[in-house]
Design a protein around this ligand. Structure first.
Ligand code: C5P
Length: 236
């Protein structure tokens, strides 16, 4: 799996994706989320893999263990490099998800890595306390979910940059810390709350960053990507 910034392909159709990708010359690490997957289905994943890109299939599964396990068995066949579930689905669900992936991975192929979403980067501490009735700090909640994911033997978590270092300390450096909510200093936070720049993400212990609108909505997406890649690589 590459370590370059993961570009969130939050587009509504494959035509928009191909148009967006056409000026890029290198192979990328891209993220297919529910907006795109629910329109295009498995073919978009096959196509991106054929084009030589690494794919994070960000469907954030959250259901009863049997359903998630069976869904992951099917997803394993698509060839994505990274998939995810919501840690809030519980340890048993996460174990079933990984078992499903293992069962669905063809002999001789690599099992996709699997990570758990802790608290969404669009969630504030106040909102978490009021709406989820979790009377803890957001960091405590995120660390708790990271430990739960680790105990289910997942490969890592999705978290904000602000919790990445602590998770590396508690769960080990091998445990992935994939962090969305990346903004250039002067950029707009949009709907994200817990945000950071690519430089801070690197300094604060992200293993991978996910960048959507700062690239996809830029006037020159290739240039924006190159700038972010440079910031990310220079501070390694
Ligand atoms: O445009 P922006 O950079 O905010 O996009 C972030 C991407 O990361 C979106 O595709 C969003 O669904 C995803 N994501 C997130 N927070 C998480 C998990 C995934 O923002 N916890």
């Amino acid at each position: 799996m590459k370590n370059s910034p993961i570009i969130a392909l939050d587009f509504a159709s494959s035509e928009d994706v191909y148009q967006f990708l056409s000026p890029f010359e290198q192979s990328l690490f891209v993220k297919v989320g529910m907006e795109l997957y629910l329109q295009e289905g498995p073919s978009i994943v096959y196509k991106l893999k054929e084009m030589g890109h690494d794919v994070f299939l960000d469907l954030k599964l959250h259901d009863i263990p049997n359903t998630v396990g069976q869904a992951m068995k099917g997803l394993a066949r698509l060839g994505a490099d990274l998939v995810n579930v919501h840690a809030a689905g519980g340890k048993e669900m996460m174990i079933a998800a990984k078992e499903g992936l293992e069962a669905g991975t063809a002999a001789g192929k690599k099992r996709p890595s699997i990570i758990a979403v802790t608290q969404l980067t669009s969630t504030s501490e106040q909102q978490m306390q009021k709406e989820q009735l979790i009377h803890k700090t957001i960091e405590e909640s995120v660390i708790h979910y990271a430990n739960l994911a680790k105990s289910a033997r997942l490969d890592g978590v999705v978290c904000s940059v602000l919790e990445a270092k602590k998770i590396a300390e508690v769960c080990g450096n091998e445990f992935l810390r994939v962090t969305p909510g990346i903004r250039l200093a002067e950029g707009d936070a949009h709907d994200q709350v817990r945000v950071a720049t690519p430089v801070n993400a690197r300094k604060l212990g992200s293993s991978h960053i996910v960048v959507g609108r700062a690239i996809t909505k830029a006037e020159n997406p290739v240039q924006a990507y190159e700038n972010i890649l440079k910031m990310w690589e220079e501070h390694a």
